[in-house]
Every structure is written in structure tokens, then in C-alpha cells.
Design a protein around this ligand. Structure first.
Ligand code: CA
Length: 381
């Protein structure tokens, strides 16, 4: 089996209702998809994570100009060898960020091809499924007008609950006082209904405010406190973690085993959150999962991309062991972004949908999804 082509599809569309998180306004949803074809007639799909503020053309250029020539004519079954080739060849200008996201996209497509070649889901290639379904948590609670939109956000919590979600992640990082008011409103709205809450500030604060917020929310029974400080501020993470009672999560902006080596060695997090479209694909995440296990750190993948990234994340979650050495382990939960995304569900013929807050992990070959090419054309940049 030989790779005969690598095609990039850049999709983007404006949002009817833009929203903002602590780092800025999200006005468009975008995706950088990669399609790898072989001489055996198979097609594999991958996706580079495009952050809300990131132009999808950056990863597209990296794939087109830097990575594609490195995998042409190769056998997709050599995905570990190819990952090392892609990483080492781009080291002097890569190692983090969009270059690794671009590597991730190709790596995901290679694993999709190998799964299709052998007729097995990717989780089987990774060693089997620890679980065949996963509880979904609602990601949402963005702001559209004001940092403190407590009444609307309380209503949103009820809407997630009524849709079947029993776990939700609230966007914070809009000022500590406003954050606390929002959490009071959201918590009261779903009190007594068995809802688990998490918070995510997207590294809005320095250590002082991050700790202040952690102390203010100490009694809320939160499952985790995500990205309290900037991703490169490992000492800050450690300080927040040592001074707050809430488990600290992070890693969506960290990459590869090298980035995670430093994150984990610093004692920065209780929960590691690699994004498969950003951290290095299946190969990179497999390295990270082993590292996390050696540190007794739980892995709970992050995902905010389109349907390809969601499908890849589900395959990864199926194969993530409980790595934190507890006899009362918390199972990983699946990030189910409830914010607007005009083409995510249309992109594959059987979209990733939850039922009563749970998602079944596709068991078909590779990623287990089929792409609707009409949608590629409709949203093409
Ligand atoms: Ca996040």
C-alpha cells in the first residue's frame, strides 16, 4: 500500500451569532481537513485543530508545502516511522502549535487508512476498547454581549440538562467577580439534579486571580478547573494546583510527548487534555497517554473541531486506560461542544450525536465515518 496523494480541504463559514471567550471573539467556524489516498483505492481522513482564533490556512500551508512531500509514496502502515519523519524534519520551525496540528491531521488520516486496510476500528489498532460508549459533557456558556450574562447562562444550563446532559463545562475568565456570579446562577439553575460541572478560563488570569477564582469556587464540587493560567507557565500551574482544592486540567495547547513530558514533570495538572488534532494525532497521543500513565495522571482528551476530529477523539477515548491508579476511577468524558458550528454535523453521513448524554463509539473500519463531499464543496474556502 502506497500513498498516492494528499489533498487539503479548507472549510470556513461565518457564524450568524458570533460569541466570545476569554481570548477573543469567534466569528467563524473553520476546519483544515486532509484526505490521503492510496494505490489500493482507500481514502483516509484527518483534521488539524483550528482554534477559534486561528486561520485554517496556516495548517493547510504546512501540510501542502512541508508535510505532503515527506509522506508521498510511503506505506500508511509505517505511521510511527512517518510521525518521526514529520516531526524531525520540521523541528527547527515546528515542535508546537499549528505545525504539530498539521502533523496530527496527516497522522489521523494514516490511522484511518490502516484501520480501513485491515477492516478494524482504530481503537482495535491501539490495543482495544476499554469502553464502547462515553458520557458526553456539554461545552458552551460562551458570552455574546457581556461578561456577566448570568440569567441567560442559567437558562442555557437548564437547556443542556433537558437535552440529556448530566455534565457541563462553563466558560469563565471574564473577570473573577463576574465569573463567580455566573457560577452561582448556573449552579442554582441545575441544583439537586445530579449535574457535574467543570469550569474553563482559557488561561485568562495570572496566578493571583487564578487562585482567587479557585478559592471562590472551592465549594462547588467541580470535577475540574481547566487552563487556569497560560500554557507555558508551568510554575504557575503548579502553584495554582498546590493552592486550590479543585483538580486542575490542561493540555489542549500542549503538543507531543516532549511538551507533555515538561507539563507532567512540573506536576502541573491532575487531568491531561491532549487534543488529537493538535497534540500529534493518534501516534502523538499514544505517546502522551503512556507518559501520563507513568505520572499517574488522568487523560481526558479535548476536542472542539469538526466531525473528523470528533470521530478521531472517540477512537482515542475508547482506548485510553484509566491511568491514575485509583480503585474509584473516573471514566473519561467526551467534550460535546454545543456552540454553533454550521457544517460539523453535515460533514459526515452519520454525525456524532448523543443520546441521553451518551455517545456510542463508532465500530466501523478506521475512524468509522464517511465524508459528504458536497459539504466539502459548499464550505470550501
Ligand atoms: Ca478549553
Amino acid at each position: 500500500m502506497k500513498i498516492t496523494d494528499v489533498r487539503v480541504h479548507v472549510l470556513s463559514t461565518p457564524l450568524e451569532q458570533p460569541f466570545f471567550f476569554s481570548q477573543g471573539w469567534v466569528r467563524r467556524r473553520s476546519a483544515t481537513l486532509v484526505e490521503v489516498t492510496t494505490d489500493t483505492g482507500l481514502v483516509g481522513w484527518g483534521e488539524a485543530f483550528a482554534q477559534g482564533l486561528e486561520a485554517p490556512q496556516i495548517a493547510a500551508a504546512a501540510i501542502e508545502h512541508a508535510l505532503k512531500p515527506l509522506v508521498m509514496d510511503a506505506d500508511p502502515r509505517d505511521h510511527e516511522v512517518l510521525w518521526h519523519r514529520l516531526y524531525h524534519t520540521t523541528r527547527d520551525y515546528g515542535r508546537k502549535g499549528t505545525i504539530v496540528a498539521a502533523i496530527s491531521a496527516i497522522d489521523i488520516a494514516l490511522w484511518d487508512l490502516v484501520g480501513k486496510h485491515y477492516g478494524v476500528p482504530i481503537y482495535q489498532l491501539l490495543g482495544g476498547a476499554f469502553r464502547t460508549r462515553v458520557q458526553a459533557y456539554a461545552t458552551g456558556f460562551y458570552r455574546v454581549a457581556d461578561p456577566d450574562e448570568s440569567p441567560r447562562l442559567a437558562e442555557e444550563a437548564v437547556a443542556h440538562y433537558e437535552a440529556g446532559f448530566r455534565a457541563m463545562k462553563v466558560k469563565l475568565g471574564y473577570g473573577v467577580a463576574a465569573d463567580v456570579r455566573v457560577m452561582e446562577a448556573v449552579t442554582n439553575a441545575v441544583a439537586g439534579r445530579g449535574v457535574t460541572l467543570m469550569v474553563d478560563t482559557n488561561h485568562a488570569y495570572g496566578v493571583g486571580d487564578a487562585v482567587r477564582l479557585g478559592h471562590a469556587l472551592a465549594g462547588y464540587g467541580l470535577r475540574w478547573y481547566e487552563e487556569p493560567v497560560a500554557p507555558e507557565h508551568l510554575a504557575g500551574y503548579r502553584e495554582v494546583r498546590s493552592r486550590c482544592a479543585i483538580p486542575i486540567a490542561g493540555g489542549e495547547n500542549e503538543h507531543t510527548l516532549y511538551g507533555y513530558r515538561d507539563l507532567l514533570a512540573a506536576g502541573a495538572v491532575d487531568i491531561a487534555q491532549p487534543d488529537i488534532g493538535s497534540a500529534g494525532g493518534f501516534t502523538g497521543c499514544r505517546h502522551i497517554v503512556a507518559l501520563a500513565q507513568s505520572h499517574g495522571v488522568q487523560v481526558n482528551p479535548h476536542v472542539w473541531g469538526s466531525a473528523i476530529a470528533q470521530a478521531a477523539s472517540l477512537q482515542l477515548i475508547a482506548a485510553v486506560p484509566v491511568a491514575h491508579h485509583s480503585v474509584f476511577p473516573e471514566e473519561p468524558i467526551f467534550e460535546y461542544d454545543r456552540s454553533a458550528h454550521p457544517f460539523r454535523q453535515q460533514l459526515i453521513t452519520e454525525p456524532v450525536l448523543h443520546r441521553e448524554g451518551w455517545v456510542e463509539i463508532p465500530a466501523g473500519p478506521g475512524l468509522g465515518v464517511e465524508v459528504d463531499r458536497e459539504v466539502l464543496r459548499r464550505y470550501a474556502v
